[in-house]
Design a protein around this ligand. Structure first.
Ligand SMILES: C[S@@+](CC[C@H](N)C(=O)[O-])C[C@H]1O[C@@H](n2cnc3c(N)ncnc32)[C@H](O)[C@@H]1O
Length: 388
């Protein structure tokens, strides 16, 4: 697909380039924030699976630079126009007056803050961003937790064993595996990324903190949501307007982190499908769990039972979450202004429109080697050089 054809078919792809975002995903976070006010009273944030970095860009621009977007940005502009019409010199709407009055500028320009800490993690390298500490690491690997704790608290003693510190207001995760097209496999890998993200969140979130993560709405997503409900007071699922309706992607928005009494996040024993059900006393999930056997080699076998067996054999009905009463339907919200672009629609472009290059080309795409080989063989990046 050519650049301008993609511009036509994906309004958010085009808009992201025009507005300087590294990826169209920026609009998903902005639209989620519009609905849930995710950034209110937030100073410490962890952005998981962050590359190429559009969510971190949003964090940096909103939290550090104090910029406003979407409805909030529009309302601020309207208020400014009103102030200008009413003759207030401090209004942003007057460009010439404003320049001569530095004090006035101070009151109306977004205030940048230096008490904000943002840590971004991804498997891929990320180009630097103002005020963001970027780590290249695998969120499913236990060694990432100490790295994250160190990045959050650089003054901590490197020789001591890192322990969870509950100091973070918000953990966000847009993690997605390289989709195979095999739906069940993709959903499974996505849920593993979600558990890895949740495990990191449990180690760093402060009580009352928030956790936002991408989910794929597969068959057993309600079981997963019920598990999140154990540690968060409010769990909702949202679909931003910039996320295509045709995609099974959605975002779980968990608010008010309140781990049950006696629960402590453990770096050695990460939560997962079985440990979580086993170890946490939940008001909505009984203490039953799928059969779990630790083998001599340390591997863990989990018996999930098959659906057929569940129907036939009453005893096995314990392995069916629905029969055990642990299914829980999370409220579902569509978010983003209705007048915003429809991500599934194709829009006409003006004739004189120039197609822009992406703001941040991928730093280490999987096809990088192929491009390098092509260049060596006389072709150029993206185009084949004409023979003289
Ligand atoms: C959809 S992209 C994230 C886009 C990002 N939120 C943004 O706004 O630019 C998904 C990212 O998940 C990352 N990812 C997948 N598995 C991961 C893992 N195990 N650990 C860390 N990052 C991972 C990928 O490298 C990829 O960059």
């Amino acid at each position: 697909m050519g650049k301008s054809s993609k511009d036509k078919r994906d309004a958010y792809y085009r808009l992201a380039k025009e507005e300087g975002w590294r990826a169209r995903s920026a609009y998903k976070l902005l639209q989620l924030d519009e609905e849930f006010h995710l950034f209110n009273n937030v100073t410490r944030v962890v952005d998981l699976c962050a590359a190429p970095g559009s969510w971190s860009q949003v964090l940096s621009r909103v939290l550090i630079k104090g910029e406003k977007f979407g409805r909030a940005g529009w309302e601020e502009k309207q208020a400014d126009v009103r102030r200008y019409v009413l003759g207030d010199k401090n209004s942003n709407a007057t460009s010439t007056e404003k320049k001569t009055d530095e004090k006035a500028q101070e009151t109306t320009q977004p205030k940048s803050r230096d008490d904000v800490r943002i840590v971004a993690i991804d498997l891929q390298p990320m180009s630097p961003l103002e005020g963001v500490t970027c780590l290249r690491a695998d969120i499913t690997h236990p060694s990432t937790i100490p790295l994250l704790l160190k990045a959050l608290d650089p003054a901590s003693d490197p020789s001591s064993t890192p322990t969870p510190t509950n100091s973070v207001d918000l953990v966000i995760s847009d993690g997605a595996p390289d989709v195979t097209g095999l739906h069940d496999l993709d959903i499974y890998i996505q849920s593993q990324l979600l558990f890895a993200a949740l495990n990191l969140a449990l180690c760093v979130l402060k009580p009352g903190g928030k956790f936002v993560a991408k989910i794929f709405r597969g068959k057993d997503v309600d079981l997963l949501l019920a598990q999140l409900k154990i540690v968060f007071k409010r769990v909702r699922v949202a679909k931003p307007r910039s996320s295509r309706a045709s995609s099974i992607e959605a975002f779980v928005v968990c608010e008010d982190f309140c781990p049950p009494a006696g629960f402590t996040a453990s770096l050695e024993k990460p939560v997962g499908v079985s440990t979580m059900l086993n170890d946490i006393q939940s008001p909505i999930i009984p203490r039953t769990q799928p059969g779990r056997k630790v083998r001599d080699d340390g591997g863990v076998e989990i018996e999930l039972g098959s659906e057929d067996e569940d129907e036939e054999d009453d005893e096995n009905s314990q392995s069916d979450p629905e029969k055990r009463g642990i299914r829980w339907i999370a409220p579902f919200l569509a978010c983003g202004d209705l007048s915003a672009y429809d991500s599934d629609a194709t829009y006409h472009l003006p004739k004189d429109r120039v197609s822009l290059d992406p703001v941040q080309p991928p730093t280490a795409p999987p096809y990088k080697r192929a491009l390098e080989m092509r260049k060596l063989a006389g072709g150029a990046y993206g185009k084949t050089k004409l023979q003289e």
